[in-house]
Ligand binder design. Structure first.
Ligand SMILES: [Zn+2]
Length: 313
């Protein structure tokens, strides 16, 4: 973040740009933040930004419970103890108990020390109120509309105010897609549904959690869809031969040019891969079986029994 002052897009709605964009809605008595960034260092910049516009913090509205979106809460709530925290159901459990993130990434087991870094394990924060999954909520005299945008995380919320949509991590900026290659998600099918939902919307502006503010997002949303659908196809191709999740993941990484270097990245890719398998399985495109104590995944339609090209598959 190069500047402490927020970028305003309407009279009362703006954002602090950064690796994680933080939304800002100026309420009747102070500032409402949408997410709080990764850590104390980020939170200190936000504090300066709020001081610069002479607004105290009245609320933090969380889009979802990833460490880089709520890691700034602890510091900000120390500065403004009376501020309220709002979060979607289920996500709130992780915000209050951040150890759950390294736990689920470690297959539910006690996390290794390598998984206890600030990118996966934020400081805990209280949550005062649950957001509705869908619909309007009034905070500090301002009506916010909550959109259910699951897929990247279980109950991720998009937040709309003054016709500006804070889209959380429902889509990534194009250059970030290319950088991440295998975007984090928990359910590729729901990720695609959420992208369709945004494609059908026509707000006057959109801000993703990672990427740039834009008034027109049709192209970037389509790029995101194409990206996920291409990964679907590649996984289906790989599973023409039966593989365990880890074998298939290694092949996918090789094909898309990922060289995993840390256990932290590995577990994120592994969960994302499972999220794609879940989506493909729901569509009936892949199946699984247990054999010799291995959980094997396979494409439903194999090449050798594939229908002629003119038939739909
Ligand atoms: Zn996220």
């Amino acid at each position: 973040m190069s500047t402490h002052t927020p970028v305003m897009v309407t009279e009362r709605v703006g954002y602090f740009p950064g690796h994680v964009n933080i939304g800002l809605v100026v309420g009747n008595t102070g500032a409402i933040l949408i997410d709080s960034g990764l850590d104390t260092q980020t939170a200190k910049k936000i504090k300066k930004g709020l001081d610069a516009i002479t607004q105290p913090l009245t609320a933090i509205v969380q889009t979802h419970a990833h460490a880089d979106h709520f890691g700034g809460n602890a510091y900000l709530l120390d500065c403004w103890p009376e501020a309220k925290v709002y979060a979607p159901p289920l996500e709130e459990a992780v915000i209050r108990n951040p150890i759950l993130e390294p736990i689920y990434l470690n297959l539910g087991a006690e996390p290794l020390d390598d998984l206890r870094n600030k990118f996966l394990l934020a400081q805990p924060s209280r949550v005062d109120d649950l957001l509705p999954l869908e619909g309007d909520v009034e905070i500090d005299g301002i009506t916010l509309t909550i959109l259910s945008l699951p897929g990247h995380s279980w109950q991720q919320a998009g937040i709309v105010c003054d016709d500006i949509c804070f889209a959380a991590d429902s889509y990534l900026g194009e250059e970030l897609l290319a950088k991440h290659k295998l975007p984090y998600l928990v359910d590729a099918g729901k990720t695609l549904d959420s992208l369709d939902r945004l494609l059908a919307s026509s707000y006057s502006g959109y801000l993703p959690g990672h990427g740039v503010f834009a008034t027109a997002v049709h192209d970037v949303l389509e790029k995101n869809k194409e990206w996920h659908l291409r990964i679907y196809d590649t996984i289906e191709e790989i599973l023409q031969v039966e593989h365990t999740l880890e074998e298939a993941l290694a092949q996918l990484c090789e094909r898309v040019g990922i060289a995993v270097e840390t256990v932290s990245s590995y577990v994120l890719f592994r969960s994302a891969f499972m999220g794609y398998l879940i989506g493909l399985h729901r569509e009936g495109r892949i199946g699984y079986r247990l054999s010799q104590n291995r959980w094997l995944w396979h494409a439903s339609v194999r090449d050798q029994v594939a229908p002629p090209l003119d038939e739909e598959r």
